[in-house]
Design a protein around this ligand. Structure first.
Ligand code: 2P0
Length: 332
């Protein structure tokens, strides 16, 4: 018998970053983080456990067999699910993304969130949202946040049980609706990054004298960001979002040897954003483990900000994305 389920999840961009693990085996982060799930960035994954079959798992991503290391990572994750469900069957996994790789948005976050939901359901488990975020976390830290929609807080916690994500519900304006935020994603380069997030986090923690300071300031930044969201103060939010990302990169750059994801175009994009701000537009930058820059703005100003960025950065694709929904089961 074949047990199958299909699920999808959107990617997310951290407003207050996750950078470093207190426990690598369980993916317990050193700091709590806050993110926005982006609409229109779904990865859809089908998992089929072939009962009675033997052999290895088969994985395809956008129709292509990934590297042995990537397959091993997926298999290790499936082992967690099999262990909990008492299964031994190998799985077939097909994953496809609605976002082209070139957009720099096809992340492990959406991939492992969709895989966690599809694999657990195919294995016969009905996990609640919190348990699902904890499971997705074991695949990739940021995947815990992609299980949920809108604004999401990943509580660092101390162990497997206490390190989970939850939706941030704002008391003001739209209680159930998405916040009035948008992200303009600037595709500055399509080159693959030279060092993975996992390796770069390890190196920053192990060698950057600025890392302890970043961890300390991150707790203050998170409180500030949550307070800004609760009071609907976008400039206050934007300032702390940009400062938190730059602080994370400063800590990376101070690693020995230095970890430098930026290119000259990264700096050009940061300057373009600052210039738009001086002209009165509500826009702030954030940067992840790569050279591309994302601009946080209000939903109302999204189109205007995206158009202004395209004008200032000729040849750069700018994708406007609004808040998106949670992971879900597809096509039952
Ligand atoms: C974040 N990033 O909060 C941070 C900011 C990149 C920079 O989460 O090792 O792929 O699989 O847990 O989740 C990217 O790291 O790392 C990330 P693992 P992940 O979004």
């Amino acid at each position: 018998m074949t047990r199958t389920a299909t699920a999808s999840a959107n990617t997310n961009i951290a407003l207050i970053k996750y950078w470093g693990k207190a426990d690598e085996a369980l993916t317990i982060p050193t700091t709590s983080s806050l993110s926005l799930t982006l609409g229109g960035t779904r990865t859809t994954t089908t998992v089929s456990f072939e009962e009675g079959a033997r052999g290895a798992d088969t994985v395809t991503i956008d129709g292509v067999r990934p590297s042995p290391a990537q397959v091993a990572r997926v298999s290790r994750f499936l082992d967690l699910v099999r262990h909990r469900a008492g299964l031994t069957a190998p799985a077939t996994v097909h994953s496809s993304s609605t976002v082209p790789l070139a957009a720099g948005l096809a992340s492990s976050a959406a991939g492992f969130a969709a895989l966690a939901l599809a694999a657990s359901r195919a294995a016969g488990m009905e996990l609640d949202a919190r348990a699902l975020t904890r499971l997705a976390r074991r695949g990739s830290g940021s995947a815990a946040r992609s299980v949920l929609g809108g604004l999401v807080l990943w509580n660092a916690g101390k162990d497997d049980e206490t390190s989970y994500a939850e939706q941030v519900v704002l008391p003001t304006a739209q209680p159930d609706g998405p916040p009035d935020l948008a992200m303009a994603v600037m595709v500055l380069t399509q080159e693959r990054k030279e060092i993975s997030s996992t390796a770069a986090m390890r190196a920053t923690m192990g060698s950057s004298p600025l890392y302890p300071a970043w961890v300390e300031s991150s707790a203050v930044d998170l409180r500030e960001a949550l307070a800004a969201l609760r009071s609907g103060d976008l400039p206050r939010l934007g300032e702390v979002v940009e400062a938190n990302a730059l602080g994370m990169h400063a800590a990376m750059m101070a690693s020995r040897p230095a970890i430098m994801y930026w290119t000259p175009r990264t700096l050009e994009a940061l300057r373009a954003i600052a210039a738009l701000r001086h002209e009165g537009m509500p826009v702030w930058a954030t940067i992840d483990a790569g050279a591309n820059v994302k601009a946080l703005t209000s939903g109302a100003c999204g189109e205007r900000v995206a158009a202004a960025l395209r004008e200032r950065l000729p040849g750069v694709s700018v994708w406007l994305r609004r808040p998106g929904g949670a992971a879900r089961i597809e096509g039952v």
